[in-house]
Design a protein. Structure first.
Lengths: 309, 387
């Protein structure tokens, strides 16, 4: 399962100025209240707490104050081959900046070494617009012109997380049951309430549950809403009815989809039955049930489900 | 030893907007903090500790933003504490800050809560797939709409009550320069005519998505007494419950009822509808006004909508609710709870401007979060409590 989103960051006047500088192949520092110059510039002065408003354009050379070797780079790091991460104090600045240094081996880098920036040809206003290399004293190559003139006020930071979900023994039993067309719950030994999906522990009594209960695939709609609003990541095309279905024999409703009836005719108390997908499409998933559809029975009395609202 | 009396001596908030692209998260927080400090006549150096709150990290995609924010918030060399209780976080953050003062740990605590919804998409963040659940969920509205339907059925409420709340709160927001929505001419009819998003919830019965922050300075008795109009903290309460349990009451949750009962006991209030002059209640979907009026004990079960329908919750009614325009008019989620607490304090300080309730002496601030599972609330007053 992957959870991914492209976040849009507002950089604000200070980080924005710094990133705009990088896009233009210029290192911009911020002058602090005590006269020191910090790279990158902090948004607020760490001593006076005032907003940093004075900026200083600095050379793209500096000195390594400390470093570490990255022998096995991982995805998303500045270089795809072994490199060093170093704290570099830019000439004219007073604080070190963490940046990548492109050298062949750990033997080619040391504290006190002079370095200069190697700018990327296409720069977007990002700390990956440059890496540092050993400063051999030769005149640096001229950076290519910047790709834009607007200030870098918004940046996109994609985030992607891959999850492998480890089902608990109770959930495994529930999922395996679904793969056989069965709905399995568990009963609390103390309050006798039947939970579906089973949880392994009763949230009310805090005791382990072990007694398995097979449930009917027929139940009652306790309450519902009609989703008319489309949104990013939505799996079902709106409009659709999202309902709480209290299966016969269960003491907690599960959420599912209601179809085979116009949305405006769905009612609280309506009796519904699971409509299973064709057997060859089954997996270990609640989605083996395509949806619930009306049984045609008379509606359940409000009193029979009012404690489940 | 009893609690040390504490009071709010400074309040600040941002102008809440759909997008504050001119500032970073740090800049947004500092805007509210600097206003609260200016209100209290203090500098950051004079504050003993900082307590920050925000909604779930997925909302902005920054893990533990307090790490990056520490320096900008002026927390270097001080305790910095983050509180996290989903949508109620702004309220529980203020309560943690006040507890630090009441316990005698610190004299002056600055508390701040924020949300920058424009950096993300809360609807997406609240609808990420869960392996064993059918993907029918659709954001907060999709979660709460069935429970609103249950309320309407249980209370036999007329279908236009939500629209009365929405029209009232949107008109109250016109009096609040900080409110996100300033929708002129909102009426019960216009709300009912707006699109049905999550039936039974109309578009105009839902909160906006906002960028914003709120901050307060909370001080101990000896400091607070030197101020002209402190908002004294008369009592606080927090309670939680599981998101789902068999026969859990989603309309009138036990945790909310118990938190309210504890709050009224702590403040010596026996008849809240009479003794509370006005209330800022966390109402992100209009129908939650009557639901929470009942949950809080302002009305008997099934009777909350009658207060709303009779106009008692409007400014000028017997119990004005959400004078600021409420969550329905500004919703920087992480800050929304603190805004309720701060608005209650503004009212008893007599500094709520055009949305001031005349003579407000005791006010409630309330927040809830998660699937109605976290509740936080406080009562503030213009007079120092006797106990």
């Amino acid at each position: 399962m992957t959870v991914a989103f492209d976040y849009t960051r507002s950089t604000g006047p200070v980080i924005g100025r710094f990133l705009t500088g990088l896009r233009d192949a210029t290192i911009v520092g911020g002058r602090l209240g005590d006269g020191r110059v910090a790279v990158p510039p902090p948004e607020f002065d760490p001593v006076t707490h005032q907003a940093v408003t004075e900026f200083v354009e600095l050379p793209d050379t500096g000195t390594i104050t400390s470093w570490t070797w990255v022998s096995e780079p991982v995805a998303g790091q500045p270089l795809g081959k072994p490199f060093a991460f170093a704290l570099i104090t830019i000439d004219g600045a007073d604080t070190p900046w963490l940046q990548a240094v492109d050298v062949a081996s750990p033997d080619d880098i040391e504290t006190g070494m002079k370095v200069r920036a190697r700018w990327a040809e296409e720069r977007t206003g990002s700390v990956t617009d440059l890496v540092f290399v050993a400063d051999d004293g030769n005149a640096p190559e001229t950076a290519t012109p910047a790709g834009g003139t607007e200030d870098v006020g918004l940046i996109v930071t994609p985030v992607s997380l891959d999850y492998r979900y480890a089902a608990s023994p109770e959930e495994s039993s529930f999922f395996r049951g679904l793969a056989e067309g069965r709905i399995l719950g568990q009963r609390c030994p103390k309050c006798r309430k039947v939970y579906v999906p089973p949880r392994g522990a009763c949230p009310t009594d805090g005791v382990p549950t072990s007694e398995e209960v097979e449930l009917s695939d027929v139940g009652t709609v306790t309450t519902f809403c009609v989703v008319n609003v489309p949104f990013l990541g939505q799996r079902i095309k709106p409009p659709y009815v999202s309902a709480y279905v209290l299966l016969d024999g269960a003491d907690i409703a599960l959420q599912h989809l209601i179809l085979d009836i116009p949305a405006e005719e769905v009612r609280m108390g309506m009796r519904v039955k699971a409509v299973w997908k064709p057997r060859d499409e089954w997996g270990t998933s609640i989605e083996n049930i395509s949806h619930f559809a009306p049984t045609g029975e008379p509606d359940a009395d409000f009193d029979s489900y009012k404690h489940h609202l | 030893m009893g609690k040390i009396p504490a009071a709010v001596i400074g309040i600040g908030q941002t102008h809440h907007r759909a997008k504050r692209e001119d500032v970073s998260m740090a800049g947004l927080c500092r805007e509210a903090m600097d206003r609260a400090l200016e209100d209290a006549g203090l500098t950051l150096d004079e504050v003993d500790a900082i307590v920050i709150g925000k909604a779930p990290d997925l909302f902005e995609g920054v893990m533990m933003p307090e790490l990056y924010l520490a320096e900008a918030l002026g927390a270097a060399g001080k305790p910095l504490l983050r509180v996290h209780t989903a949508g109620s976080v702004g309220g529980s953050t203020a309560i943690v800050a006040s507890s630090l003062v009441q316990a005698g740990v610190h004299k002056k605590v600055l508390t701040v809560a924020f949300e920058k919804q424009s950096e993300s998409n809360a609807m997406w963040a609240l609808s990420v797939p869960i392996p064993f659940v059918m993907p029918v969920h659709a954001g907060a509205g999709g979660y709460f709409a069935p429970h609103v339907r249950s309320y309407i059925r249980r209370a036999s409420a007329p279908s236009h009550i939500g629209a009365i709340v929405a029209a009232k709160d949107r008109n109250n927001a016109l009096k609040n320069p900080y409110a996100h929505l300033h929708n002129e001419g909102t009426t019960v009819e216009s709300v009912l005519a707006s699109q049905m998003l999550w039936d039974p919830i109309h578009y105009d019965e839902t909160c906006p998505s906002s960028d914003g922050a709120c901050a307060m300075v909370i001080a101990a008795e000896d400091v607070a007494k030197t101020y002209e109009a402190p908002a004294w903290i008369h009592g606080t309460a927090m309670r939680s419950e599981p998101t789902s349990a068999a026969e859990r009451d989603q309309v009138n949750p036990q945790a909310g009822r118990e938190a309210a009962a504890a709050l009224w006991k702590a403040t010596g209030i026996t008849d809240p509808a009479r003794e509370i002059d006005c209330a800022e209640i966390y109402v992100p979907f209009a129908w939650f006004e009557p639901m929470w009026l009942e949950n809080l004990g302002f009305a008997a079960e099934g009777e909350g909508w009658k207060l709303t329908e009779a106009g008692e919750t409007a400014i000028g009614g017997s119990l004005p609710v959400n004078m600021s325009g409420g969550v329905l008019s500004s919703n920087p989620i992480g800050a929304s709870g603190m805004l309720r607490f701060a608005e209650a304090a503004l009212q008893v300080r007599g500094r709520a401007g055009e949305h001031q309730v005349d003579g407000a002496r005791r006010a409630l601030g309330h927040a809830y979060g998660g699937g109605s599972q976290f509740f936080s609330m406080w009562v503030v007053g213009s007079e120092q409590p006797a106990n």
